[in-house]
Structure formats: structure tokens, C-alpha cells
Write a protein that binds this ligand. Structure first.
Ligand code: GLN
Length: 198
């Protein structure tokens, strides 16, 4: 049984813990370096990326987390978690830190005010059983993805059609949306399987 941590500084922590446990992993909240060291993989939840960035510094987790990512720890970032995992962030605060776990440029709050929260049914590469219902809450999108990054899903229609909203690079997965709020466990199952395979 793999141990999957959920970064527990801010955001949708409880929902992700419940989801990874439903997928057969042991879930633990991560607030300290000792907890980070004990996990086989880490979920970085949605919330507010600049706040989480500041709390990573306050809790002395920023460099330890960068080091574990660099050493190949599997990670899954949702929404603010995707922003934190990026190698470059557009439209953020100048002091916002990022983790460099994925070779992507993300645009924060990319969908703008009118559609800053919306839902869509996505074809998600590697997930069978029909489209994934995606809930976007002041979500980012991926503006650029490096050569080593697999694009797993794009917005299917509407003003943001074609924008990238799910990616994977090696053992790091990220979605612009919040799978923990729909009861559909398929994205978490994909991640827990990545952790098992690592
Ligand atoms: N807009 C938030 C940010 O910039 C992300 C929103 C979310 O995680 N639902 O961090």
C-alpha cells in the first residue's frame, strides 16, 4: 500500500486525502519535512498558489520539496498545485515561488472573470470509461509545454477551446481542474497507479 501525502498548508486537503484513500493508498497530510520524507508521492491541492508559496517558505518545505521532486518523487498538482509545479508562472506576484517540477508555463486565473468558474467534459488521454467532468475554479491553463511533456486534455469548446488543462511529464501529473469535488476517482486512480509503479 503506497503512502500518498497531501500538502496540507491550505486548500482542498481533506477531499484529496479521502480520494487517495478510496484508491487504496494510505493518505497523510504533509506539513513538516519529516512527513514529506515519509511519502511515496505527493498531491498538491487547489487553493491559492501565492498563499501556498508563502506557506511553503514559512514551513521550511520549499527546498525539501524541490529536492524530492528533483529526485523523482511522483506528484500530482490540481489548479493552484499545477501553478506551483510549473517552471514558469504568468500573471502572478513577483515574489511567488514555484517548484519547477514540470517543464510548463502556466497562466494563472487564465479563464478570466466571466468564465472563471465553469465545468466541461474532457477527453482525458489515458483515462478510459468516458469523458471526465472537470470543475474549473479560477483555474490556470498551460500556455506552453516543453518537449518532454505529454498533453492529456484540452478545453473542448467555448472561448477557451484548445487550451491545455492536463499534462504529465515522467511521474508528475497536473490538472487545471478539481477532480476531488466530483466523486469521480479516475484522476486520483491514475496518480496512485503512477506512485505504485514508481
Ligand atoms: N486562482 C488560484 C491561484 O492562483 C487557483 C485556484 C484554485 O486552486 N482553485 O492560485
Amino acid at each position: 500500500q503506497p503512502t500518498v501525502g497531501v500538502l496540507a498548508l491550505q486548500g482542498d486537503v481533506r477531499e484529496h486525502l479521502a480520494a487517495v484513500e478510496s484508491c487504496g493508498a494510505r493518505g497523510i497530510g504533509v506539513r513538516r519535512v519529516s512527513e514529506l520524507e515519509s511519502v511515496d508521492g505527493l498531491v498538491i491541492p487547489g487553493g491559492e498558489s501565492t498563499t501556498m508559496s508563502r506557506l511553503l517558505t514559512v514551513f521550511d518545505l520549499l527546498e525539501p520539496l524541490r529536492a524530492r521532486l528533483k529526485a523523482g518523487m511522483p506528484a500530482y498538482g490540481s489548479c493552484a498545485g499545477m501553478i506551483l509545479l510549473a517552471s514558469e508562472i504568468l500573471d502572478t506576484r513577483p515574489d511567488a515561488e514555484h517548484l519547477n517540477g514540470l517543464d510548463i508555463t502556466v497562466r494563472r486565473n487564465a479563464f478570466g472573470r466571466q468564465v472563471d468558474s465553469f465545468e466541461a467534459d474532457l477527453d482525458f488521454a489515458g483515462i478510459d470509461g468516458g469523458p471526465v467532468r472537470a470543475v474549473f475554479i479560477r483555474a490556470p491553463w498551460v500556455e506552453q509545454a516543453g518537449a518532454g511533456v505529454d498533453v492529456l486534455a484540452r478545453v473542448p469548446e467555448g472561448p477557451a477551446e484548445g487550451h491545455i488543462v492536463a499534462v504529465r511529464q515522467d511521474d508528475v501529473l497536473a490538472t487545471s481542474f478539481h477532480p476531488e469535488v466530483t466523486g469521480d476517482l479516475r484522476v486520483h486512480r491514475l496518480f496512485v497507479d503512477m506512485v505504485r509503479g514508481n
